[in-house]
Design a protein around this ligand. Structure first.
Ligand code: SF4
Length: 381
């Protein structure tokens, strides 16, 4: 299949480049605790041997930053650091990585009185001084509140685009062009829409594609494939990540399925005529990362999928998230949402909190709420 790629500029990330017709780079992210250096090194090396062009690692504390320095010494993969709330850790981690990912929607958490433009100036300066690229990573579950308040609640796409565009303009104004952008949602149709609209406005900016919280295989791969076929087939997308909820010893599946999707698209083996069936049960779950509050998260996501199978013919969305960073926001749009804490799991019905329950209790509580939702749907039918 002849694909004419968007004329994006070339952005170097360690020993690879993305954009400007370079091969589409497949990425993944570690879900070990970053302070567990041995386990993280092992996972980085495993992902690299599976073909990962870049491996991302989450850092939220000084301890994580110290561990990252040690992980760098023991690995050769291109590394990206994922900074969410604590962007000020950038200068501690930049010497040890090839790219810095920051989330515009989380910049306001620290130094609330400091304008975001100054925070981006700081990040660009640190990246420049340490030979790093930057990813402006906009995520539907944590969009800049200022942007969200400007648009109708039903329009989740415009605030994401406006946030990304203004960060691009700030980086351009700073003379920093070694950046890529990502615009992720857990709904593949929204991922297609938001990236298409952004690419029309900024065809020069390389895009990192991903369906966030795509969930457990095979559903997570199918959702991702639907979005990627529509975008990469149109020449949109320069690097990708398939976010799967799998144990760490199966994390390489993200790389294998990502490369397979790219190869299939270029070979014209398209499968996304199969539209997602909105009248069926939809489970979204995050791929986990260093921030996961309890190792039991992946198993819990699998148990939720098994336990809720009896409700597969109901148009209900259940979200299962690993921690409080994206958990609360991402679960707002789901009919029922679970986000994990160290000892308890928070249960929500849309944005209404229903309480925090032990890992032993949560499936029973979820079942009760699901049964009630089904009864309400039967009455309405
Ligand atoms: S929800 Fe939390 S644990 Fe899951 S991927 Fe996002 S930050 Fe990591």
């Amino acid at each position: 299949m002849a694909i004419r790629r968007n004329p994006t500029r070339s952005v170097r990330i360690g020993n690879i480049s993305v954009g400007a017709n370079h091969p589409i780079a497949v990425q993944s992210m570690t879900a070990t605790h970053t302070t567990n250096i041995d386990a993280t090194v092992e996972l980085v090396n495993d992902l690299q041997s599976a073909g990962a062009a870049v491996v991302r690692i989450a850092v939220d504390s000084d301890k994580d930053a110290e561990a990252l320095a040690e992980i760098r010494k023991q690995t050769t993969a291109n590394l990206s650091v994922d900074l969410q709330e604590n962007y000020r850790l950038a200068e501690k981690v930049a010497p040890h990585v090839d790219k810095i990912r920051y989330n515009p929607g989380h910049l306001y958490h620290h130094e609330k009185s400091k304008p975001w433009q100054e925070k981006v100036r700081y990040l660009a300066g640190v990246a420049k001084d340490n030979d790093c690229a930057i990813r402006v990573g906009v995520n539907c579950g944590s969009v800049d509140p200022d942007k969200k308040s400007k648009f109708d609640h039903a329009d989740s796409i415009s605030p994401m685009i406006e946030s990304a565009i203004e960060h691009c303009e700030q980086l351009d104004a700073l003379g920093f062009d070694r950046y890529v952008v990502s615009l992720k949602d857990s709904d593949p149709t929204k991922v297609v829409e938001v990236n298409k609209r952004f690419a029309l406005l900024r065809p020069d900016v390389p895009l990192h594609l991903g369906v966030t919280e795509a969930g457990l295989p095979p559903d997570g791969i199918i959702k991702t494939r639907i979005a990627f076929e529509q975008l990469i087939g149109r020449g949109i997308g320069d690097t990708i990540r398939v976010s799967l909820t799998v144990p760490n010893n199966k994390k390489r599946q993200e790389i294998q399925s990502g490369q397979e999707i790219i190869d299939d698209i270029y070979a014209g083996r398209l499968r996304s005529v199969v539209a997602l069936n909105p009248s069926q049960l939809n489970i979204i779950s995050c791929p986990s990362c260093s921030r996961v509050e309890n190792e039991a998260f992946v198993e819990l996501a699998q148990q939720v999928k098994e336990m809720t199978n009896y409700a597969k013919d109901y148009a209900i969305t259940i979200a299962v998230m690993g921690c409080r960073v994206n958990g609360p926001g991402e679960t707002d749009d789901a009919d029922l949402g679970l986000w994990c804490g160290p000892n308890r799991v928070n249960l929500k019905r849309r944005s209404e909190p229903l309480g925090a329950f032990t890992y032993e209790e949560i499936l029973g509580k979820l079942r009760t709420e699901l049964d009630q939702l089904i009864e309400e749907k039967k009455v309405k039918a």
